[in-house]
Design a protein around this ligand. Structure first.
Ligand SMILES: O=C(O)C(=O)C[C@H](O)[C@H](O)COP(=O)(O)O
Length: 214
């Protein structure tokens, strides 16, 4: 398994940071790390995304694997990979983004909703697929896709939280992506980073328990 992919697998939960305030980024990443979430994706629509990626990468060395989310074009993929991103996630399928990631030895994950899209992304060289938006189809959809497509690692994102993550792992997801249910920006603004650590801890525990039950 690719090393970056295996680090995402180790984390089990990939944090999606959209619009994270620059002055809270490191504390939020540290709070997540302390709770066991060691994979963080900063979405490309966050102002100054390349600088933020560079900052987190420099602050955590190899303790936290950093990627870019919401990548819709190869220019954004390249710019953020040069800033230190090790994986690139999209809400949709872009073969040029996958190609750019492979050119630079980075992991890529297109967003897919159907078996045809999953196979197309995998054939194009993606390392795994993000089933997005997971909440509109649920774990049963992912499980049904994994039936014939067991070779394609799948990560559901969109509406995934500690209350339903186990169902996705049981259905065959190798990890889950989460933003809203994982990162409480109001708490961060109050300086209450412990809330984020606690949620991360609970979330990771749910995933680990579900894996252990398999
Ligand atoms: O565009 C992307 O690349 C995304 O990752 C879309 C969403 O930001 C995530 O799906 C997080 O969704 P929630 O966990 O429901 O907050």
């Amino acid at each position: 398994m690719d090393e970056t992919l295996s680090r995402l697998d180790d984390s089990g939960v990939v944090a999606v940071l959209r619009g994270v305030p620059a002055d809270q980024l490191i504390e939020i990443a540290e709070a997540l790390r302390e709770g066991g979430v060691t994979a963080v994706e900063i979405t490309a629509d966050t102002p100054g995304v390349a600088d933020l990626i560079e900052e987190v990468t420099a602050s955590f060395d190899d303790e936290v694997v950093v990627g870019t989310g919401t990548v819709l074009d190869s220019e954004t993929a390249r710019t953020t990979l040069m800033a230190g991103a090790e994986f690139v996630v999209s809400p949709s399928l872009h073969e040029d983004v996958i190609e750019t990631c492979n050119r630079y030895g980075a992991v890529s994950a297109p967003g897919v909703m159907t078996p045809t899209e999953a196979v197309r992304g995998y054939e194009a060289g993606a390392d795994f697929v993000k089933v997005f938006p997971a909440k509109t189809v649920g774990p049963a959809h992912l499980g049904a896709m994994k039936g014939p497509l067991g070779q394609i690692p799948m990560m559901p994102t969109g509406g995934v939280g500690p209350d339903n993550a186990a169902d996705y792992i049981d259905a065959g997801a190798f990890a889950v992506g989460a933003g809203g249910a994982l990162v409480d920006y109001d708490a961060a603004e109050r300086g209450d980073y412990e809330v984020i650590t606690e949620t991360a801890r609970e979330f990771v525990q749910v995933v680990e328990n579900a894996r252990a039950d398999d």
